[in-house]
Ligand binder design. Structure first.
Ligand SMILES: Cc1ncc(COP(=O)(O)O)c(C=O)c1O
Length: 463
């Protein structure tokens, strides 16, 4: 407990408190709002498969007693989601920030189709296939200098678990058995598996039920503003001998509220980790592949992490795949005559050839397309389009970074955010406000008019 009060530097007063629990990815309905949920569902002509399937489906982040019926989707195309009843929604959030080239990109589909016919899957232990080996070469080339060793997995959360195992075992293999904790950050989010959950902001509530099962970590604040780097360094030094690694979402904390911080601060945190021999893990699952404007957010800070996690946009949002990429320094600590020093991890579907084919196709597109200019244009358009929100009474902040636009509200509650979502749908846009923010993370291929419609709809509805 003592430790917790020292390193748990969170103040719940700083948050807009809301009478429910909700992040970018989850929502747990409070019974107070049941009427809203029911009204959303009223008069919906749901297709038979949805009605029947609902009896057997368990939805993500949903209180199944009160959760609204999800919108039935017929198909996707470009940056549009087409509903079963024919309505088209402009997708403002690219399926949890993954479909960066838009849906059904012809190049990705064609490469996946080719791979599907040859070999949709084969196990990765003892057998090798070109899509994964080629992808590993390519990832080593495009990630920050020195990240050379790619371990594939099937989701972002698992990539984070693998990073944690790499970091913990790195010290174990070196004979240091004291460094078994992780430093993570207030407003941080790294996934929903047990280890990844232990790295989340403990204030966020989503993981309360598991506190007793999860390892205790050091939770710190990103040293911006009043919170000085000197104070951060002092804390870091004090816990360095019991810390395996620090994990951070570079430049943008995603599901914890889309909070931005500077590349200078990121570079400084990286420098301090090197100084106190703490491994530095960059979780680029949300920021990677140009979301913040550079290929990886770490590039803007000019840093190489010891370990980097990627996922989401790795396949252009077509299929699940993630990777944990390590430097020689980390990799070499696993080399020995003893099997016990090896990384004991191997998901059944790791390096799935179909997913690797999609990822290779996605990388082709990053090579081919001029996304730098496209993202600059999106950034300018988001800035301009969301600017009118700044003067609105209930708006606390409007911020834009790369292809991310955020409007943060002063007062927000679950019911209101839910009503907003419903209003957006009636205007033909798919946005999922959460906590106290409304955000846009479009595909890089979005047309100007569609992006304008997203920004103007937010401004109009907030008026
Ligand atoms: C920064 C970050 N890390 C990890 C994850 C977990 O990824 P997945 O949902 O693929 O398990 C997410 C998902 O939103 C994320 O934003």
């Amino acid at each position: 407990m003592q430790e917790k009060s020292k390193f748990h530097l969170l103040s719940s007063k700083e948050h807009v408190r809301i009478p429910f629990e909700m992040t970018g990815k989850f929502q747990i309905a409070n019974s107070k709002f049941q009427h809203i949920i029911r009204s959303m569902n009223a008069d919906k002509n749901t297709p038979k498969w949805l009605d029947e399937g609902l009896q057997n489906i368990w939805l993500p982040y949903a209180q199944m007693q009160t959760a609204p019926t999800p919108l039935p989707v017929s198909h996707t195309s470009g940056t549009k989601i087409i509903l079963d009843d024919g309505r088209e929604l402009i997708d403002g959030i690219s399926s949890w920030w993954s479909a960066c080239h838009g849906y059904n990109h012809p190049h990705i589909i064609s490469e996946m189709e080719k791979q599907l016919k040859i070999m949709p899957h084969v196990m990765f232990a003892g057998l090798a296939h070109k899509p994964a080996y080629h992808l590993a070469n390519r990832l080593a080339k495009i990630t920050p200098e020195g990240l050379n060793h790619v371990f594939f997995s099937d989701s972002g959360s698992v990539a984070v678990e693998v990073a944690m195992k790499m970091a913990a075992q790195y010290w174990h293999n070196k004979g240091d058995h004291k460094r078994n904790r992780f430093i993570c950050f207030k407003n941080g989010y790294h996934g929903d598996t047990m280890g990844a959950m232990s790295l989340a902001d403990p204030d966020d509530g989503m993981h309360k039920a598991f506190t007793k099962y999860m390892p205790k970590q050091y939770v710190m604040e990103i040293p911006t503003g009043e919170y000085s780097l000197a104070e951060f360094e002092e804390l870091l030094e004090g816990i360095s001998k019991t810390t395996a690694a620090l994990i951070i979402e570079p430049l943008v904390q995603g599901a914890g509220g889309l909070k931005f911080y500077s590349a200078d601060i990121l570079a400084e945190i990286r420098r301090l980790c090197a100084k106190y021999e703490i491994l530095f893990i960059a979780d680029e699952i949300a920021t990677g592949f140009m979301r913040t404007g550079s290929m990886f957010a770490c590039d803007e800070a000019g840093i190489t992490p010891d370990i980097m996690c990627v996922g989401k946009s790795l396949t252009g949002g077509a299929i699940g795949l993630a990777a944990t990429i390590a430097t020689d320094k980390v990799f070499d600590a696993f080399l020995s005559d003893n099997l016990e020093n090896a990384l004991m991890h191997g998901p059944t579907y790791m390096a799935n050839p179909l997913a690797c084919a999609a990822a290779n196709a996605s990388l082709d597109l990053f090579e081919r397309e001029d996304y730098i200019s496209k993202i600059e244009a999106i950034e300018n358009q988001l800035r301009e389009g969301l600017a009118p929100c700044k003067s609105l009474e209930n708006v606390a902040d409007v911020r834009v970074k790369g292809a991310i636009g955020v409007v943060q509200l002063k007062n927000a509650d679950w019911g209101y955010m839910f009503e907003l979502r419903e209003k957006f749908i009636t205007k033909g846009v798919w946005l999922r406000p959460f906590g106290d923010i409304i955000y846009i993370m479009p595909a890089f291929t979005i047309e100007n008019e569609d992006l304008s419609k997203l920004t103007s709809t937010i401004c109009k509805i907030l008026k």
